[in-house]
Write a protein that binds this ligand. Structure first.
Ligand SMILES: Cc1cc2nc3c(=O)[nH]c(=O)nc-3n(C[C@H](O)[C@H](O)[C@H](O)COP(=O)(O)O)c2cc1C
Length: 190
């Protein structure tokens, strides 16, 4: 019997693309997680573009659903590409919607972040913009190990399998550190 405490991690992918490398990376992180973490990936593709006029009439059901999933999760795992040197519109849109709730669901959530791109920098610029945005929302993100998966097309197979051993290793290390981080943040903010 597994008596170890299990933390529910909500995965949020910034790419809506069917064959997204970031979605593949998120799934791989889920496979490489220690036994104490359980990943469930949500979708952000059905959120409307943020508009205060829409909000005034009432939060759309897809938006409220995401809010509830975030509130229910012990921690968040973000995987996002970089679009034009910053956070892509789908993820920024989801964050903008979430930021309108009171209480604001991101507040005091532990999180880890990774990014994958076709270019050599692995989305470092976008990932650091994301970390800065999350700072403003009270998210406590794991600083290290950092994961920037550059030249993603050379590291994932056509089936989405991550074949690059050094990347698998650092992802395993990040997930191990993430479990410890979640425990520490839970103690600090319970
Ligand atoms: C609108 C757009 C902007 C992009 N800007 C960047 C960029 O600034 N830096 C980068 O490394 N790749 C950029 N790319 C390429 C992405 O890294 C590549 O499409 C990657 O596969 C996206 O992640 P995904 O596979 O999870 O969808 C851009 C792609 C798009 C569609």
């Amino acid at each position: 019997m597994n008596t170890q405490a299990s933390f529910q991690v909500l995965g949020i992918c910034g790419s809506l693309r069917q064959k997204s490398f970031n979605m593949a990376a998120l799934r791989t992180a889920g496979e490489l997680m220690p036994a104490g973490l359980k990943l469930r990936i949500t979708g952000i593709g059905d959120l409307p573009i943020y508009n205060f006029d829409v909000q005034e009439k009432g939060f759309p059901a897809s938006v409220t659903k995401l809010r509830d999933e975030i509130l229910a999760a012990d921690a968040l795992l973000f995987a996002s590409p970089e679009y034009n040197w910053s956070v892509g519109a789908p993820l920024k849109n989801a964050i903008d919607w979430m930021s309108r709730f009171q209480p604001q669901p991101f507040n005091n959530k532990p999180a880890a972040v990774l990014s994958a791109t076709g270019g050599p920098l692995g989305g470092a610029r976008g990932q650091y913009d994301l970390r800065r945005i999350l700072d403003g929302l009270g998210v406590h993100w794991l600083a290290k190990p950092e994961i920037f998966i550059g030249m993603a097309q050379s590291k994932f197979g056509p089936d989405g399998k991550l074949n690059d051993e050094p990347t698998r290793k650092i992802m395993t290390d990040q997930m191990t550190a993430f479990e410890d981080w979640i425990k520490r943040m839970k103690r600090a903010f319970a």
